[in-house]
Write a new protein. Structure first.
Length: 385
């Protein structure tokens, strides 16, 4: 078997952020492995793949290519805080834990993430018997690994979720499941485009396939994973519907197709002639999620939109515009495939129409002052009050 190219890791500031560069001679197998992380992007200017420079991502890249090819980290200044040195019994335990998760029908990415975190936890306490581990050992692991590696809050929440399942799988520790608390989620409001900005992006997209993809994501509120898994048989043109199968949480749902999208769909289909999936790569098969992100960025640049726009921004915009058009929040929850109404309720915080209907107290104050001074010229902020 031909040896795969060596992967060289470097660190560089790019787009005003420290990035981890992943460089190697062109190889489809390595590219496909890297794309599965859904974190790495390709830079034409750097001629390299890159992702955020964190200890978490460094460990992830090393783990993905472990046993596949050589990873050269000689140019990396920050070294992992510890290297795994698992015993054969610990490896067997982790393999069984992975099988336990598979039996509960977790997704592949969830199984990999959970097993990754538990492997780090077991390795961190390798000098201590698992039966003796307590909640304080969990706190020490978070303090020494998660905090010092600058892991995100969402990663810490994932670790607690993984640990709760591990305790269920291996109940012989002294860790109290009920005392394990996940840190509160960051409640960031979604970035939303105006309807005019969405149309400008579609108009600035010259490639027909790319234009069809952007229009479909926005008009149906699709996740990017749902888009690339979409098959031609999922379209019901006569009913103007689309079925999204096996979405997040393994749920199916129907969404309506926009009348204005149907001509683009027909033009795209007869021009590109996909065979299985709605959108396919050059050699057939599923389209790359990173390709979608890349051409969307280019379209936004041509449309002169400065804000950061991702495929999920189009989904956020779809939901917000539905809400602004008076669609009931319960229907929007169904169209988005949300399990809980609380997830959909976040869009009530970004409804522009409601915000526009709230009169600003500064305007009210000036109006009252102008009513008192009826005979005088209206008071304006640009003049002396």
């Amino acid at each position: 078997m031909k040896k795969l190219p060596t992967i060289f890791l470097e660190q560089k500031n790019y787009k005003n952020n420290p990035q981890l560069l992943v460089k190697f001679d062109y190889n489809n197998n390595l590219i496909n492995l890297l794309r599965k992380t859904q974190k790495a992007s390709w830079s034409r200017r750097l001629q390299s793949w890159y992702l955020k420079d964190t200890e978490e991502n460094l460990a992830l890249i090393i783990e993905i290519f472990k046993g596949v090819t050589t990873v050269d980290i000689s140019k990396i200044q920050k070294k992992p805080l510890f290297r795994r040195n698992l015993t054969e019994d610990e490896k067997l335990l982790l393999n069984n834990f992975y099988s336990f998760l598979r039996g509960k029908r977790y997704s592949k990415s969830t199984m990999q993430t959970y097993t990754f975190f538990i492997a780090d936890f077991v390795n961190f306490h390798t000098d201590k018997n698992l039966e003796e581990l307590t909640n304080r050992d969990v706190e020490l692991f978070i303090e020494k690994v998660f905090i010092e590696r600058s892991y995100s809050i969402s990663s810490q929440r994932q670790f607690i979720s993984a640990l709760k399942l591990f305790i269920l799988f291996y109940p012989n520790t002294k860790i109290n499941d009920l005392a394990l608390e996940r840190p509160k989620k960051s409640r960031k409001l979604p970035s939303v485009l105006s309807q005019e900005e969405v149309l400008n992006i579609i108009s600035a997209t010259q490639n027909l396939k790319h234009r069809a993809i952007i229009a479909l994501i926005y008009s149906c509120g699709l996740r990017i994973s749902e888009l690339v898994n979409l098959e031609l048989r999922d379209f019901y043109i006569e009913r103007k519907q689309l079925i999204v199968k096996n979405g997040k949480g393994r749920k199916d749902r129907y969404v309506s197709l926009a009348d204005s999208f149907l001509p683009i769909l027909s033009n795209y289909y007869y021009s590109y002639k996909p065979t299985t999936y709605f959108v396919e790569g050059k050699n057939g098969g599923k389209y790359s999620t990173e390709s979608v992100r890349q051409f969307l960025r280019r379209s936004c640049e041509r449309a002169k939109i400065k804000k950061i726009v991702t495929p999920h921004t189009l989904r956020h915009s779809y939901a917000t515009h539905l809400l602004e058009n008076g669609v009931d929040i319960r229907y929007i929850q169904s169209l988005l495939g949300h399990s809980r109404p609380e997830t959909t309720m976040i869009y009530t915080h970004v409804k522009r129409k409601d915000l526009m209907n709230i009169q600003n107290p500064l305007d009210i104050a000036l109006q009252k002052l102008n009513k008192v001074n009826k005979q005088n010229e209206n008071v304006l902020l640009s003049r002396n009050i």
